[in-house]
Structure formats: C-alpha cells, structure tokens
Write a protein that binds this ligand. Structure first.
Ligand code: AMP
Length: 419
C-alpha cells in the first residue's frame, strides 16, 4: 500500500518522499486509518516495524488540520535515547509542514533543562517526554496539558519493566479525560492489559507478528561478566573448528578494538565498519565470500543484506538492540537450508534485553557453562532489578541499527543506510 491512499496532507507526503519511504509497512497500513478515525489503539509491534511513523504520520496530519495545536500531543517514552529518536523522526517527517516538537528528559545539564522548559512554556505542538521528568514538570504546575488531544505511550512494556507503572498513572491523572490514547508495546504482559483497561476506551487492537529465526540455526548463549567476554571470544577463535564466522559488536569502536585483540590469535580476520572507504569494504566482502578471509567483525550494518553462503558461526559479542536485529544477525548463518551456530554473550546489564529477545522469539536459548579457564560467570537472572536501565548499543537508534535513510531537518544531515 502506498502512502497517498491514506489521504494525508500533501506536504507530509513530500516529507515521506524525501525520507525515501515508498510503501507503508504492515503496522502503518493498519494503524494509520485507525488513528485518523480518532479511535484508541493498542498495538503490539516492536522496534523495526515502522511503528514510530505509524503513529506520527496520522498525528502530524491531524495537527495540520487543527486550529489549536500547541501542546496537542504528548508522547511518553522509556528512555532519553528513544525520546530523541522520536523527536528526530518528527523533524524529518514534518520537514515541509509547520509543526514543532520538543524532547523533555532527565539527566541533562542545566542549560538543556532551561531549553526544554522554554519549549514547554512556549507550547511546542508535540512533547516527547520520559516519565520521571514529566512527573516533575506536571507536579510543579508550570505546564498544563488542557488542550491535549493525543497521548501516546511508546515501548510501554519497557516502561513497565523499568517500574514506571505508578508514574504513568500519575501523569494520566493530570491529562484531560477526552483524548485519543495510543499504546505501543512489543509484548503484552498481564500488567499491560491492566494499564490498557485503565487508560484506553474501546481500543482497536493490532498485532504485528515478528519474524522467527530459521530452523537450522543452533542458538546458544554464554552468561558472562563483561571482562570475561574477550578471553571467551579468543578461546572460541583458537579452538574453533568453524569454516567462517561473523562477530557482531555494538559499536564501531568495539569492532576496531576486537580486531586489534584478535589479530594476536592469528585468526585470519578483518573489521568491517563505516570508517573504511567503499573500495576497502568491497575488497573485504570479496575476500570473505571467496573464503580468503575466515572471520569478519562488524556492527549491525553487516547484519542486513550481506548474502554470503555457508557462514558457519555468528557471535554476538554484545546483545543486539532488539529481537529484529537479533534475527537479522543470526540469519547470516544457516542460509539456504544449511545449518549454523549463533552464540550470544550476555553480560549482567544485557540480561533483561536478552530475556526480551527470548520472549519475542518465543524460545528460551541454551545457556552454555563457561570453561574453567574463563572462570565462573554471573547467574542468569534477567528479571532482577538493576541500578541502571540498559544503555542501547551503538548510540543511534535504540539498538543501533539504521534500517533506512534518515533525514534531519535542523542540521540538514542525511544519513544513509550502509547495509
Ligand atoms: P521503528 O520501528 O519506528 O523504529 O522504525 C524502524 C526504521 O524503519 C526507522 O529507521 C524508520 O525510519 C524506518 N521506516 C519506517 N517506516 C518506513 C517505511 N514505510 N519505509 C521505509 N522505512 C521505514
């Protein structure tokens, strides 16, 4: 389905064209008409499905048609990273329309807070906020959402995991009862149903099933302390009887570091990252395809699109950002009916993230005991509360994957997918 079939404002369609979106994703096909018809919505869809644009497009369209747009829409997101990402998508999508947005989150310096406060007081059309910061703003009474039309909870299951249930209820007590509420969540645990029953009115429900990893992949994991990862990787590389392998790490810096460390093990390997020029990348890919190179190390830019037959081993040195990335990464092995092994290293902080991946793919992955020379690792207790929420890998979108090109209004930068 193309976007012109939704009857969206023509200037929004121009924005979509500039971003290179051609066809609506399944969640967009289902959610956009529902949201345009002012119905509440509960959508089970994870990152990577296009869920952000699925709610932003109809909301931006409605704002363009509205005569009172200030503080029109409130989006609550679990983390500062996600809030900023949503803000960036708003900037890109609204490039040709006159809509303002502001991300409001805790943890910044005094200057950032002053800027956020000014944006609120002057009445941006869309506010994207993390729960903690929003509570302090609402309790201080400086800002009132009297004219709020839309409330969106994004990654609601993550907010519940992080203990924000009461905060969300409190925030909602400050908002007008007459509003449209949209709840997006990757999973639907029972507590989410409780929340949904409290805050949504006769919602339409949408479930977007996620893809599953290929059957031929043997999936395993090691539960480790961060310091044990490198010795473990080296020992797998030294003892490995694999034909070819890809090692995925969360950041470019990590990829470069691993290349230096692993060179000492005499494995025939190369790092693949965006600092290499195109000709270098092509040469590395050719060498890997022709089996002149046994091991490739890279970030998620490697996980999309490369079609090399017969990779026997995939190692996730860091837990990927979300289930979709996990499936893409491990899908590099066991192609064309062959079998392969995918091993993930899970440090203590990444345990909740890995648990979410297991829940989403509906499978508990075998945890392999560590060899004695690596030492004892931590227990797998993903539901244990930890001091800090997980910081996503990469530092770009949550999970560090660019699935398509991005188009940023403020600094006029265009990022292109490298996959
Ligand atoms: P999300 O699930 O919202 O995190 O989106 C995942 C990625 O898909 C983001 O990088 C979006 O920019 C991109 N995206 C969303 N909708 C589309 C579309 N219809 N066509 C191409 N890319 C899209």
């Amino acid at each position: 389905m193309t976007f012109d079939e939704f009857n969206l404002d023509a200037a929004l369609l121009d924005g979509l064209q500039a971003m290179g979106y051609k066809k609506a994703t399944p969640i967009q096909e289902q959610a956009i008409p529902t949201i345009l018809s002012n119905t509440d919505l509960i959508a089970c869809a994870q990152t990577g499905t296009g869920k952000t644009a699925a709610y932003l497009l109809p909301i931006l369209h409605k704002i363009t048609q509205s005569n009172h747009s200030h503080l029109n829409t409130l989006i609550i997101a679990p983390t500062r990273e996600l809030a900023l990402q949503i803000d960036q998508q708003i900037e890109a999508l609204s490039y040709f329309i006159n809509v303002s947005s502001a991300a409001v989150y805790g943890g910044g310096d005094g200057i950032a807070w002053e800027q956020q406060k000014r944006a609120l007081e002057s009445g941006a059309d869309i506010i994207i906020a993390t729960p903690g910061r929003l509570i302090s703003i609402l309790s201080a009474g400086d800002v009132q959402f009297k004219h709020l039309q839309h409330l969106i909870l994004d990654e609601a299951d993550r907010m519940l995991d992080m203990g924000f249930f009461d905060d969300i209820e409190k925030i909602i007590s400050y908002l007008p009862k007459e509003r449209q509420t949209l709840l997006f969540s990757a999973t639907m645990p029972p507590k989410m149903r409780v929340l949904a029953n409290k805050i949504l009115k006769n919602p339409t429900q949408i479930n977007i099933a996620i893809s599953k990893p290929a059957e031929g992949i043997l999936q395993q994991a090691y539960v480790v302390y961060e310091t044990q990862k490198l010795p473990l990787l080296k020992s797998i590389m030294k003892n490995g009887s694999f034909k070819s392998a890809i090692i995925f790490a969360g950041t470019k810096e990590q990829v470069k570091k691993l290349e230096i460390e692993l060179r000492r093990t005499n494995v025939n390997l190369k790092a693949f990252h965006s600092d290499l020029v195109q000709s270098e990348r092509e040469e590395i890919m050719r060498a890997f395809k022709n089996n002149r190179l046994q091991v490739l190390i890279g970030t998620d830019i490697l996980s999309r699109g490369i079609d090399v037959e017969g990779i026997s081993l995939v190692i996730n040195y860091d837990v990927p950002g979300d289930a979709e990335d996990y499936i893409h990464r491990i899908g590099r092995t066991a192609r064309a009916e062959t079998t392969g092994t995918a091993i993930t290293f899970i440090n203590e902080r990444d345990q909740p993230k890995f648990f979410r991946i297991e829940s989403l793919i509906g499978k508990e992955i075998d945890k392999i005991p560590l060899a004695s020379e690596i030492g004892e690792g931590p227990a797998y207790q993903p539901e244990l509360k930890r001091d800090k929420p997980n910081k996503p890998n990469g530092g770009n979108k949550s999970g560090g994957n660019y699935k398509s090109n991005r188009f940023q209004k403020k600094n006029r930068t265009i990022y292109f997918d490298l996959s």
